[in-house]
Design a protein around this ligand. Structure first.
Ligand code: PLP
Length: 375
């Protein structure tokens, strides 16, 4: 199988899996227990959180371990709504469901949310953001830093100081950016950020909220875990797995990303050489984008059929579209970008990784070109 769906999830590295197994064997006790084995587990937990914090330029007290980025985002957004129910929240029209549907839930509870549009590359319109900040009393601006469907990286170095100048907080969905960018939370200066381990070859079911807002309330109530910010017995094995995956990612960061960029180029060049009519959605390669999120739209093609045919050749990709009552409904993100009518229903996302070879990407390009020639 050729797995090209790494933006959806990645395989944990061998060492990560070994560390998780070893942790389960070595630390069977509850880290909250006050006996020797509990104390040992707690010490390992604190060491692991400290290691994660140091790698990200954060302080340990600012990390809240969660079950996922979705949970982290729910805590950030519901937490701010609880603190400032009468203030406005701002987001974009291209957010991941974790943000979009949480803010829709907040709207249904009476919250006021402004949805800022994006340009053709998926970059949020900073002039519109500024207008909204001038017009409303804003508590929080929540944005997707690097996009999971189209790869666009937002101009956060401009956006964060702008939002702070209006006295509001910033939350970033950093699920894809942590996986492919060199991140230092201190330099970034966002107030909150959601992270998920399974996008950088760590385990699924573990993530965190980076949080610098002192009085952010918990989402999950119970025991006093995570300094009272998130109850539930800690999953030490997954935390150690996340730590190792992050460590490996940082060690190999440049090598991995150079390979991803090189093989992305090979796929696009192969399609061009075969005169395939397609658009790369989002910014061009080599600009402000993730290179492992290649959202390609093919003219007059049905993406579901194409993905199905690719799957029968052992090539696994995703489509942002959904099929409802026999009709293809293209991704809202592509609509927000204004992708041309003739192309929008023929969009697939190819998400490779650093282990994907040049030969594989050339093969995928050739298979797609042949299939499109036949459709
Ligand atoms: N945000 C983005 C950009 C994502 O790609 C994902 C994963 O699909 C999420 C949020 C949700 O992450 P999790 O699977 O940890 O809930």
């Amino acid at each position: 199988m050729i797995y090209l769906d790494n933006a959806a999830s990645t395989k944990p590295t061998q060492k990560t899996m070994e560390i998780m197994k070893e942790t389960m064997e070595r630390f069977p006790a509850n880290p909250s227990s006050t006996h020797t084995m509990g104390i040992q587990a707690k010490k390992a937990l604190n060491q692991s959180k400290q290691a994660i914090a140091s790698m990200l330029g954060a302080e340990r007290k600012n990390l809240i371990i969660t079950s996922s980025a979705t949970e982290a985002t729910n805590q950030a957004l519901f937490g701010m709504f609880k603190r400032y129910p009468n203030k406005t929240m701002i987001t974009s029209t291209v957010e991941h469901a974790a943000t979009k549907n949480t803010l829709k839930a907040i709207e249904s509870m009476g919250g006021h949310v402004i949805w800022i549009p994006v340009d053709n590359d998926g970059l949020i319109l900073i002039s519109e953001l500024k207008k909204a900040l001038e017009t409303y009393d804003v508590s929080l601006v929540s944005l997707i830093y690097a996009h999971n469907e189209i790869g666009t990286i937002q101009e956060v170095n401009t956006i964060i100081p702008l939002v702070h100048a209006y006295g509001a907080y910033v939350h970033l969905d950093m699920v894809q950016s942590i996986a492919h960018m060199d991140i230092d939370f201190t330099k970034l200066n966002a107030d909150m950020a959601s992270v998920s381990a399974h996008k950088f070859h760590g385990p699924r079911g573990i993530g965190m909220l980076y949080n610098k807002v002192d009085d952010l309330p918990p989402l999950i109530h119970g025991g006093g875990h995570e300094n009272g910010k998130r109850a539930g017995t800690e999953d030490l094995a997954s935390i150690k797995g996340m730590e190792n995956a992050l460590h490996e990612k940082r060690l190999e960061h440049e090598k991995r990303e150079a390979s991803i960029k090189h093989t992305a180029r090979i796929l696009l060049d192969t399609l061009k050489a075969k005169s395939v009519d397609f658009i790369l959605n989002g910014p061009p390669l080599g600009t402000n984008r993730l290179n492992n999120v290649l959202n390609l739209s093919f003219k007059d093609i049905d993406s579901q059929t194409l993905a199905f045919e690719l799957s029968s050749e052992g090539i696994l990709v995703s489509t942002g579209s959904a099929c409802s009552s026999g009709e293809i409904i293209a991704s809202p993100t592509l609509h927000a970008l204004g992708v041309d009518h003739d192309y929008i229903e023929g969009s697939i996302r190819i998400s490779h990784n650093h282990e994907t070879t040049a030969q594989t990407m050339q093969h995928v390009g050739n298979v797609i070109a042949n299939m499109i020639g036949e459709q």
